[in-house]
Design a binder for this molecule. Structure first.
Ligand SMILES: *Cc1c(COP(=O)(O)O)cnc(C)c1O
Length: 385
């Protein structure tokens, strides 16, 4: 009578997505074309920002963003160790250095007080790269105030934050450049993909050229009648970071469902929080300035009250047919980052502590109430033994 395995994450693909992809396949236009343009227009409308640029990953978008703000070798960028490596690796692409700053123990976002201290004592810092962890916004007013005071740019890793409101404003309208991920586990999935938003037309123009080999078609706009259709100019050694129309077809239909998806994830989060609050765990903290996109639901085990560790908990969930995950293994524990910067595990004590207690529960729109109850029931069985 063993139940089917409940995966940790699943994309929510319906007939609408399938039909839009089939339409793209029949159209004969597979690379960046009309669907990508439409997805960009609809995304920029949804966020309420003038420029949205589709790319083939969030990682690519973050790389373009750092190029656009003029990051040079040796520059320093403040970011969080409690993230996926993509956030920090793009800094290294440019020969710049990440300056990791420990996180807030409640939101798991970068600790703004510690950013302020770092800025007082360190020179050469050019930007702040916060991650809206799990789908909850950073303290953006404080981050933007520090950026203004020290003339820094702010690039937001919004891979978890579609959609997230900060003080009533959608993330994507706050810092200089914001980058989203449409990786298969994210709240909008195109398989692989990402989107950049900015209100700055110069950044937008620069990133638009760089995302496709540094090709500039500006010459067409200026003098459309005398320039032949085959002509183009290369203005930089650009990249191959454009989104294709098959991915954009998925994106168009997923975006239409984004608020419905959010509503379902919010319901699941509320059910978890209500059912688990009395157990030896900490349920996610919700900051009053931010809504939560609920890309992740991260439970913190109160290890001092339990006879088991986090890994055993995950093994037991797995044995009961329930997938979970850990967000994140802090970057300073990974070989590359540890060796490059000589980190000790205790260099970021909050990130280390949060990591040791963290378990991400499944939370996606296609989960049924029965699935949610099954997860809750199994957690109770494990923790009450
Ligand atoms: C998923 C993720 C990324 C990378 O997104 P891709 O689209 O796979 O490049 C970057 N940052 C964070 C915080 C992520 O979770």
């Amino acid at each position: 009578m063993s139940e089917k395995f409940l995966p940790f994450a699943l994309p929510c693909i319906g007939e609408e997505e399938i039909n839009e992809v089939v339409d793209t396949l029949r159209s004969g236009w597979l690379t960046s074309g009309p669907k990508t343009k439409r997805f960009e227009e609809e995304f920029s409308q949804f966020i309420g920002t003038p420029h949205a640029l589709a790319v083939n990953s969030c990682t690519a978008g973050l790389h373009l963003a750092l190029e656009a703000i003029g990051i040079q070798p040796g520059d320093k960028i403040i970011t969080t160790p409690y993230t996926f490596t993509a956030t920090a690796e793009v800094i290294r692409y440019l020969g710049a250095e990440p300056l990791f700053v420990d996180i807030d123990p409640n939101t798991f976002n970068i600790d703004v007080q510690k950013i302020a201290k770092t800025l007082e004592t360190t020179t050469g810092i050019k930007a702040i790269l916060p991650v809206h962890f799990g789908g909850q916004a950073n303290d953006m007013d404080s981050i933007l105030a520090l950026a203004k005071q020290y003339s820094l740019k702010v690039v937001e890793d919004a891979a978890h934050a579609l959609p997230t409101y900060y003080k009533g404003k959608l993330v994507g309208n706050l810092g200089d450049i914001t980058v989203y991920s449409f990786y298969v586990t994210k709240t909008l999935a195109t398989g692989e993909g990402g989107m950049i938003t900015t209100a700055n037309p110069d950044y937008a123009k620069h990133m638009q050229a760089l995302r496709l080999h540094g090709i500039s078609k500006d010459i067409f706009n200026r003098n459309a009648s005398d320039v032949p259709a085959w002509h183009y100019d290369i203005i930089a050694p650009g990249f191959k970071y454009n989104m294709n129309d098959i991915a954009a077809a998925l994106g168009i239909q997923q975006l239409l469902k984004i608020n419905r998806f959010l509503q379902r994830r919010t319901e699941i989060a509320e059910q978890y929080t209500q059912a688990l609050a009395d157990l030896p765990v900490r349920v996610p903290y919700q900051h009053p300035d931010s809504t939560h996109a609920w890309h992740l639901y991260v439970l913190q085990l109160k290890l001092e009250e339990l006879k088991l560790d986090r890994n055993t908990f995950i093994d037991r969930m797995n044995a009961a047919g329930i997938g979970t995950s850990v967000h994140f293994i802090p970057l300073h524990l990974h070989t590359y980052w540890r060796e490059r910067y000589n980190f000790k595990p205790t260099d970021f004590p909050v990130a280390l502590d949060v990591y040791q207690r963290a378990v991400s529960l499944p939370i996606y729109p296609s989960m049924t109430d029965a699935d949610v109850h099954r997860v809750i029931k199994q957690i109770k069985i494990i923790l009450q033994n």
